[in-house]
Design a protein around this ligand. Structure first.
Ligand SMILES: *Cc1c(COP(=O)(O)O)cnc(C)c1O
Length: 225
């Protein structure tokens, strides 16, 4: 929930929010259904604080270790922040991830599912997860193969891991819309409601195709160094 302090504004944040609202309107969607996850990887706290002060509350990181260095202090000052993990996760970091993150977008294999299930049991805390799908069938890319999605979902239900939807990063440099549409279809076929898709270059397209979570970094923070 956004609660901007009086006299707070952030040009890039306002622009991204407006674009999300416009894309939602074109698709006859309610913009409040769309969560903007501000991806702050590589950005120092000084770049993150202005967004928090402008009322933004949902952030994402792609590495556990980097997040451990940056976020505990910010979370102490702002208890209502929500932190999402959007990058690949090693099974031996599952406990660390659960201690810090409120949502995991990168569950992509049975071994990680097992590690997360165990860590959730131990912590007594269920953290919602997305299954990341290798939507373009790319060799080098993370994500569960499309053919393996139903089995992983089945296994998650058995392990009592809360799966809320599917996530993807489409192949670089080609039109992303067909991949977003395919992810939406796979989610619908499997009874999942949430779709984590769309980054700085393509989040408006993703919103028009049903994204419920867009992961936007450089459009909010500027280019990463
Ligand atoms: C870095 C990253 C983003 C944000 O990318 P931008 O192009 O800067 O918006 C989104 N999702 C994942 C998984 C990322 O690693």
């Amino acid at each position: 929930m956004d609660q901007p302090a009086p006299d707070s504004s952030h040009g890039a944040l306002d622009d991204v929010r407006t674009r999300i609202a416009n894309a939602a309107a074109l698709a006859k969607r309610d913009p409040s259904e769309i969560e903007l996850v501000a991806i702050s990887k590589t950005q120092p706290s000084e770049r993150v604080v202005p967004l928090i002060e402008a009322g933004h509350r949902v952030f994402g990181e792609n590495r556990v270790q980097e997040a451990q260095g940056k976020w505990p202090e910010l979370l102490e000052r702002h208890a209502d922040l929500s932190l999402h993990l959007v990058g690949q996760l090693q099974s031996n970091k599952a406990e660390d991830a659960l201690a810090l993150f409120d949502c995991i977008h990168s569950l992509d294999r049975p071994s990680l599912l097992k590690a997360l299930a165990k860590a959730m049991d131990k912590a007594g805390r269920q953290v919602p997860c997305f299954v990341q799908v290798n939507i373009g069938g790319e060799d080098q890319k993370g994500g569960c193969a499309i053919a393996d999605v139903p089995a992983l979902l089945e296994q998650a239900r058995g392990a009592n891991v809360p799966l809320i939807g599917l996530m993807c990063v489409p192949p670089f440099g080609v039109e992303p819309a067909p991949f977003f549409a395919l992810l939406a279809k796979i989610a619908a076929d499997n009874g999942l409601e949430k779709l984590s898709m769309g980054m700085s270059g393509d989040y408006e397209t993703a919103v028009m195709l049903g994204a419920t979570h867009v992961r936007v970094g450089s459009a909010l923070f500027g280019e990463r160094r």
